[in-house]
Ligand binder design. Sequence first.
Ligand SMILES: [Zn+2]
Length: 65
Amino acid sequence: MSWNIGEMVELRPFQGGAFIIGGESGTYPAMQVVCNNCAYTMLINAVSSGILEQNDYATGGPENG
Ligand SMILES: [Zn+2]
């Protein structure tokens, strides 16, 4: 098996026929790990896994904080 690390993406909740923007709803940064054979994609939570610190995510990255 061969895997590739893709770009970091952001996940947003979808409820009642629309994406939820703002309010109490959060977004979730995730790293993509993609199978080079079938394109199966695993999403690893970037904050929980330690790839990204919560403060960096909230401020847009270490260069902006
Ligand atoms: Zn595969």
